[in-house]
Design a binder for this molecule. Structure first.
Ligand code: PLP
Length: 285
């Protein structure tokens, strides 16, 4: 596999970054994941805009232009022959000489840029979408700026492991009695013709898939209500689902052991998945 590191395309076993990189020492970096379907990038502009926002919030300079980012993504898709899969990009504050809590002057410390691909044949035909996910709930113990897509992912990893040990697929994170989001996705419940999802704030990641799905839901004459909900309300809902750039729209059929409806993926989730995939494939670049 060919990867990209700071201007070079290299075989993955020749790629190197410094042990002083602040992402390695302090999780001082941000990332994006863009899906590839049929060799094309899904919602690429959305990911680039959020990358800019994450970098801005952390005062890290965006080292590349939008055209450069697109060219690198396209080159990796081509050389690695990705039909369906994903591209991971990471920008970190770079590697100053000494470890220091204060970050260095950007002029003396250029950001580190890393990109790689993962091939996932049949990504959009996921059998999981026909079965639905089982989730547990756990306390949300992450930091307070979840709107910045940092590489600080240890608590979400712990949540995912707790879910696996419980025989489930993911964990929904709960703060002050209300669901914030999943370990790596935004969360939704459906009641009648309404889709309910937590409003944007510093408490959750502003999902690129979320923005698209809510737009398509409104266009399909569904009511979209942006407010927090509890686990009890979710267990009592008609349906539930999650969204993310790599899972698209995925139904949830069980929450903390409570089966939703008849235990099968809901109609609204299935419909939103279909609309999302159709529309995003059409708009892919
Ligand atoms: N929330 C969290 C915590 C995430 O890590 C992710 C994706 O990685 C999402 C939500 C979904 O965001 P997106 O739709 O942009 O992939």
């Amino acid at each position: 596999r060919t990867v990209y590191v700071n201007g070079d395309y290299l075989p993955e076993d020749q790629a190197r970054v410094s042990i002083f990189d602040r992402a390695f020492l302090m999780a001082d970096g941000v990332y994006e994941v863009t899906s590839v379907l049929g060799g094309k990038l899904i919602d690429f502009d959305g990911h680039l805009k959020r990358l800019d926002r994450s970098l801005g919030e952390l005062e890290i300079r965006n080292p590349l232009s939008a055209d450069d980012w697109l060219a690198i993504h396209r080159e990796l898709v081509t050389v690695n022959e990705i039909t369906d899969g994903m591209i991971y990009l990471q920008v970190t504050r770079g590697a100053p000489g000494d470890r220091d809590f204060a970050w260095p002057d950007p002029e003396t410390c250029p950001p580190t840029v890393v990109l790689f691909t993962q091939s996932k044949p049949g990504l959009a035909e996921s059998p999981a979408a026909k079965v639905g996910m089982k989730v547990i709930s756990i306390e949300d113990l992450r930091w307070g700026r979840r709107d910045i897509k940092t590489v600080q992912l240890l608590y979400p990893s712990m949540g995912k492991m707790m879910a696996k040990k419980a025989g489930c697929d993911d964990a929904w994170l709960v703060e002050d009695g209300f669901v914030t989001e999943g370990t790596s996705n935004n969360t939704y419940i459906v009641k009648g013709n309404s889709i309910i999802t937590r409003e944007l704030s510093h408490d959750i990641l502003h999902g690129i898939t979320r923005a698209a799905v809510l737009r398509f839901a409104r266009e399909a004459q569904m009511e979209v209500i942006e407010r927090p909900f509890t686990i009890a309300e979710a267990q009592d809902a008609d349906e539930a689902f999650i969204t993310s750039a790599s899972a698209f729209v995925m139904p949830v059929v069980e929450i903390d052991g409570a089966v939703l409806g008849d235990g099968k993926p809901g109609k609204v989730a299935a419909r939103m998945r279909e609309i999302y995939l159709d529309e995003m494939r059409k708009a892919a670049i």
